[in-house]
Every structure is written in structure tokens, then in C-alpha cells.
Ligand binder design. Structure first.
Ligand code: FDA
Length: 312
């Protein structure tokens, strides 16, 4: 992981509305733009093309229409309508029906009831069409409310939805036991956000140790477990534990982000594992992009080379 100061810096940039606007205007103009390494494009058609290429590599996918932290209900309604349009486009295209979304994109910061209504609208269109919808996990102030909304929908009979738990948070192991008992589908991640000491482990070694414990619990007692990481150590630990405990390679899946460790993605598929690629797209790509830069110094130099190249 990048050193903590740099991570904080990128997380501050991620929240800048001015940079977000500038990036949306200029960042993706050229087909060889630096942002395209991590983002499939701004339109749903570009995302569908990327998805087809992923399926041709024998991998599964989840599409994520980027957006988060909307500040009024009009924006939340617009995001909901866009998601419904994405559902229709995916159905037409014939690619796998699997989406990820964020609750703050649907208005959670403005009004919880409206965000839930918006999610229900999306599910109302998605579930009959056979979609699976993963509710991404945002930073720790949203953990309780995200799980509460998920559990309420679950109690109302929605079954084609899943959650994400972050091994960085102290609370996540207990949350995982509850989700496993419920029968919910969990994606396990380390956690992409800068979190305070009061809520989260600060050392990579502790986050990784928690990840391994949660991976074991998920493979032993979970439902359609999703092990989402690019970390070769976590991937090895998962393969080893599965092998030693008789868990078949097709009983769980690895998940990775678009544009990251394609070599590992291909290697796992060749070994008979299921791999799902998370395909982000849309105009609001800037905060997502900043989080990816904050994860790895090499990505920053890649982008700088890209920008210098673009100015030539
Ligand atoms: P870690 O950051 O420890 O990196 C291990 C190794 O992986 C690195 O040495 C490098 O080789 C490679 N790597 C990692 N990140 C890279 C990058 N950006 N570029 C290039 N190489 C990289 N988080 C969250 O809080 N909520 C969520 O809902 C989700 N959803 C989600 C879905 C999917 C499918 C994935 C794969 C990840 C998420 N995440 C997430 C992000 C997650 O929490 C985490 O921030 C990243 O996956 C990076 O952590 P790693 O486990 O990859 O390991």
C-alpha cells in the first residue's frame, strides 16, 4: 500500500468538486486517455464493449455506473434513471446481468427514505430481468446504514442482492458472521477508504490478517463467496485454504478491478477458477480514479507519463 500521507492526499483530491468537473470535461476525451486504463469509458456502450472483451477472456463481470455522494434529490433521481437505462441496455446487449452501485449515488446523504425508494426502483426493473445487484460499501460512517438497508430489503424478500465487507474495519468479522447466518452473498475487500484509528486497522499486516480470517469464514460458511483482491498473498492463501478444506474452485469467485493485474486474472481462469471483473464507467469517474492512484505509487507515474504523452 502507498504510504499513508500519499493515500490521504489522493483521498482529499477525490473529494474536490472542481477537479471532478475538470476531469469529467477533459479526462476521457482521447481514446488513449490515461484514465482509460482503469475506467471502461463514459458511455454504457463503451462499458458493454469492455464487458464483451472480458467475457471473451472467459471471465464474468459486474458493471458499475460511477457516481457517489450526490447532494440533492434531483441528482439522485437522475442516477436512478440512468441505472434503469443501463439495465435496459445490458438486457439488449446480451452480456451478463450483474451490476454494482453505491447508496450515496442514490441520495443516501440527502434523504435515506428516498435512497431506499431509488434502490427499490432499480431492483424493480433488475430482479425480474434476472440481474444480481451488489451494493458497494463506502466509508465507515455508512457501514451501519448500508447494512441496515440491505437487511431490510432482505427481510422483504429481495434475494438477488449482495453486500461488501471491508477487512480493514474492526467490526467486519462480526458483520460477516451475521451475513453468513442470513444467507447473504458477501464480497470481501480490504477497504478503499482512509479510515480513522477508532474504526479501522492502520497497518497493512493487520488488514491482511483480518482478510485471511474473513476469507476462511466466507469459504466455510458463506454463500457464493466473492474474494475481491489483487494481492497475490491473499489469492494464494485462498487457493491453499480451499484446497486443504475441499472447497471446489467453482464454489467461489475471485474478483478484480478493470485494468488491474490482468496477468493474475488470466492465470486464475487458466487454473479453473472463476474470475469476475468490476467494470466502472460513466462521467463521474474522478473519485474512483483517485482511490486507485492512492493504492499504488506505480499508477501515479503511469498517469504522469500519460499526461506528458497527451500534451505532446
Ligand atoms: P493491496 O492494496 O494490499 O495491494 C496488493 C497488490 O495488488 C499490490 O501490491 C499490487 O500488486 C496490486 N494492486 C492493488 N491495487 C492496485 C492498483 N490500484 N493498481 C495496480 N495494482 C494494484 N473497496 C471498498 O471499500 N468498497 C467496495 O465496495 C469495494 N469494491 C471492490 C470490488 C472489487 C471487485 C475489488 C477488486 C475491489 C473493491 N474495493 C472496494 C477496493 C478494495 O477495498 C481495495 O482498495 C483494492 O482492491 C486494493 O486492495 P488489494 O486487496 O488489491 O490489496
Amino acid at each position: 500500500m502507498l504510504d499513508r500521507t500519499a493515500k490521504t492526499f489522493f483521498h482529499l483530491l477525490a473529494r474536490s468538486r472542481t477537479l471532478d468537473k475538470l476531469a469529467s470535461r477533459y479526462g476521457m476525451r482521447r481514446p488513449d486517455s490515461f484514465a482509460r486504463r482503469f475506467i471502461a469509458g463514459e458511455s454504457v456502450q463503451e462499458a458493454i464493449e469492455a464487458a464483451r472483451a472480458i467475457e471473451a477472456r472467459q471471465m464474468r463481470l459486474t458493471l458499475d455506473l460511477l457516481g457517489e455522494s450526490v447532494t440533492n434529490l434531483e441528482e439522485a433521481d437522475a442516477a436512478t434513471r440512468l441505472y434503469v437505462a443501463v439495465i435496459d441496455a445490458v438486457v439488449q446487449s446480451g452480456i451478463e446481468r450483474n451490476l454494482s452501485l453505491k447508496l450515496t449515488q442514490l441520495g443516501l446523504d440527502v434523504d435515506k427514505a428516498s435512497a431506499v425508494d431509488n434502490l427499490r426502483k432499480i431492483l424493480g426493473r433488475a430482479e425480474p430481468a434476472g440481474f444480481f445487484i451488489r451494493v458497494d460499501m463506502e466509508n465507515s460512517p455508512y457501514t451501519d446504514v448500508t447494512l441496515e438497508i440491505f437487511e431490510t430489503l432482505w427481510s422483504h424478500g429481495y434475494r438477488q442482492i449482495g453486500v461488501v465487507l471491508q477487512s480493514a474495519l474492526y467490526r467486519s468479522e462480526a458483520d460477516l458472521e451475521r451475513m453468513n447466518a442470513l444467507g447473504a452473498r458477501v464480497r470481501l475487500v480490504k477497504g478503499a477508504y482512509k479510515e480513522p484509528k477508532s474504526a479501522a486497522y492502520q497497518d497493512k499486516a493487520d488488514v491482511d490478517a483480518a482478510y485471511e480470517r474473513m476469507m476462511e469464514s466466507l469459504l466455510a460458511r458463506g454463500h457464493s463467496p466473492a474474494i475481491a483482491t489483487h494481492d497475490p498473498a491473499m489469492i494464494d492463501a485462498t487457493r491453499r485454504w480451499a484446497r486443504e478444506h475441499g472447497v471446489a474452485p467453482n464454489a467461489f469467485e475471485f474478483q478484480m478491478l478493470y485494468g488491474i493485474r490482468r496477468d493474475l486474472q488470466t492465470m486464475l481462469v487458466n487454473e479453473g477458477y472463476r474470475v469476475r471483473v468490476y467494470v466502472p464507467f460513466g462521467r463521474q469517474w474522478f473519485p474512483y480514479f483517485m482511490r486507485r492512484l492512492g493504492e499504488r505509487p506505480a499508477n501515479v507515474s503511469f498517469v504522469i507519463r500519460g499526461i506528458v504523452g497527451e500534451q505532446r
